[in-house]
Design a protein around this ligand. Structure first.
Ligand code: SF4
Ligand code: SF4
Ligand code: SF4
Length: 518
């Protein structure tokens, strides 16, 4: 039976990986949100972060992963983590390409792996989740999928739809490519390809904070791979297929903190000397040495991590948006606009791992990756970009799919009242004023009638705004024909989202969804 573990693991890994690819290919946000949630449920860092939000009860996935690791070792790293599966794919290509350059045992980079984890935890105090955003395997994979894979898939789809009209494919709206996020995702992919082809699972065993943490737990897991010294001939075949470089055939030892349970070594051993078997929990055969200092440091900083993570969640409750909104705010100082459900910029910055799933599934593509708009510690987070499109009045997709609770799922009526920013009108730039021309595009597209047309002069109506009922959806800004170089009407961000007043008139029944609204 153990000979089949490798095949079973492979099938499960491919199923998980395919599910991720399907999730990030959801251009129009048509996939039911519960499917996204099910696919992402076991992702470790997002689940831990969500645990510290009011959605804690929905976020026990990381506890399942912890229990699984205590039972079976680092199965997460070889089966559930999409970045782990991607590395295995590149290692496989390398082995096919250069079959003679097999795999071999390498010493663990203990200082590096524990230092990275400790630094990541300490940095939480100063930069929030930034370092975790950069190193979390799920977030790294998500950015590659949203910024490289989804656009490539979209272009392929659109080319086929155009060339073969008889095909059932329809053209899809592709996310705008941003130099910073595409370069970042492309650079991460290139580095990952290099590391896995040259050093196999080096990222998992020396850099990834999740891998290091699960490695510590797997030392005391119930089931472990063991070499039977009485039947092992030290032929080294197992060592030559170990992607974690953790089988030391000289002393017939497997470093369980680095073993990712790929089970490649079991079927290759002709003597059946490697078995996956129950061992006594907590019994460390090796005495604790000075090299375990990193682990102690890790445990000490874990408390700091938990405290730091909890802080920003309590910090979002003051309402300062009212004072911050000034009528004379200009386009440049309007601030970045966080998506509805993000609660506010502080909450988004403290909980978002920048996986870009929300960006991938946003049906209107108004969500775009930020650069430095939220500041250095908020790089790559989702922001609303009304030059691209506007937020659909009925839509709540980003909050439904976000795995960390950085964007919370709003109820339908709550979404329609959540004010992410407020409308600002520059009447001196409006074409009713500058060209004495009838327009009204903003009012036509405002779902709450926070902009309405009122008599102005010579029978021409002009827009009049009521910021108290505006929700900051950006439809007016997107629809405004003025480019001077900015629209005559725009949305200024609320750093903390608030509830708008209920519209005095019936909100528009239908939501306008055409490509360009005038
Ligand atoms: S709620 Fe708005 S920002 Fe969020 S996915 Fe829908 S359209 Fe995009
Ligand atoms: S807000 Fe978007 S980018 Fe951030 S964690 Fe949620 S889904 Fe990922
Ligand atoms: S005024 Fe503009 S931003 Fe405000 S609700 Fe209307 S269309 Fe949306």
């Amino acid at each position: 039976m153990q000979k089949h573990f490798k095949k079973i693991r492979l099938v499960l890994a491919l199923v998980f990986f395919a599910a991720f690819l399907v999730s990030f290919a959801d251009f129009r946000g048509n996939m039911p949100s519960r499917w996204h949630s099910a696919i992402l449920y076991l992702q470790f860092v997002p689940s831990v972060i969500k645990f510290f939000t009011p959605l804690a009860v929905l976020s026990l996935g990381f506890i399942v992963v912890l229990l699984l690791t205590l039972l079976a070792g680092r199965v997460y790293c070889s089966t559930i983590c999409p970045l782990g599966v991607l590395q295995d794919f590149f290692i496989h290509i390398r082995l096919k390409w250069m079959p003679k350059k097999g795999l071999r045992f390498k010493q663990a980079h203990r200082v590096l792996r524990y230092s990275v984890l400790v630094l990541a935890l300490i940095s939480l105090l100063f930069t929030g989740v930034l370092v975790f955003n950069l190193l979390d395997p799920y977030a790294l994979f998500g950015r590659m999928a949203a910024n490289l894979y989804q656009p490539a898939l979209g272009w392929t789809n659109n080319i086929i739809a155009k060339l073969i009209p008889a095909s059932t494919l329809h053209a899809v709206k592709i996310n705008t490519l941003h130099l910073a996020s595409v370069s970042f995702a492309g650079g991460s992919l290139a580095l990952l390809i290099y590391l896995s082809m040259a050093y196999e699972r080096l990222y998992c065993n020396s850099i990834c904070p999740v891998g290091t943490f699960l490695g510590l737990l797997s030392k005391i897991s119930l089931f472990k791979l063991k070499i039977n010294p009485s039947s092992c001939t030290q032929c080294g075949k197992c060592q030559s297929v170990c992607k974690s470089n953790c089988i030391n055939i000289k002393n017939m030892h497997i470093d369980e903190s680095r073993c990712v349970n790929c089970f490649n070594c079991i079927p290759i051993c002709s003597e059946n000397s490697i078995t996956y078997k129950k061992s006594a929990i907590g019994l460390a055969k090796k005495p604790v040495t000075s090299s375990d200092g990193g682990r102690r440091l890790f445990l000490a900083t874990t408390t700091a991590f938990l405290a730091a993570k909890a802080l920003p969640v309590f910090a979002v409750n003051e309402n300062k948006s009212e004072e911050e909104h000034e009528d004379k705010i200009c386009f440049f100082s309007r601030g970045p606009i966080a998506p509805p459900g993000a609660i506010g910029i502080d909450h988004l910055k403290s909980s978002c791992v920048a996986c870009h799933l929300c960006i991938a599934v946003c049906p209107t593509k108004v969500l775009q990756p930020s650069f430095l708009e939220y500041g250095f510690t908020g790089m790559n987070l989702p922001k609303m970009d009304f030059a691209v499109n506007y937020c659909n009045y009925e839509c709540r997709k980003c909050g439904e799919v976000c795995p960390t609770g950085a964007i919370v799922k709003l109820e339908k009526e709550q979404k329609k009242l959540t004010q992410v920013g407020k409308v600002v009108l520059r009447m001196n730039k409006c074409i009713v004023e500058t060209e004495a021309t009838a327009c009204g595009s903003c009012s036509e597209h405002c779902p709450t009638q926070a902009v309405k047309m009122v008599p102005y002069y010579n029978g021409l109506p002009a827009p009049e705004i009521d910021p108290s009922i505006c929700i900051g959806c950006g439809a007016c800004e997107y629809a405004c024909p003025v480019t001077d170089p900015h629209p005559a009407i725009f949305v200024a961000a609320n750093t903390l989202h608030v509830l708008a007043e209920k519209p005095k008139q019936e909100a528009l029944e239908t939501v306008v969804e055409e490509e360009f609204p005038f």
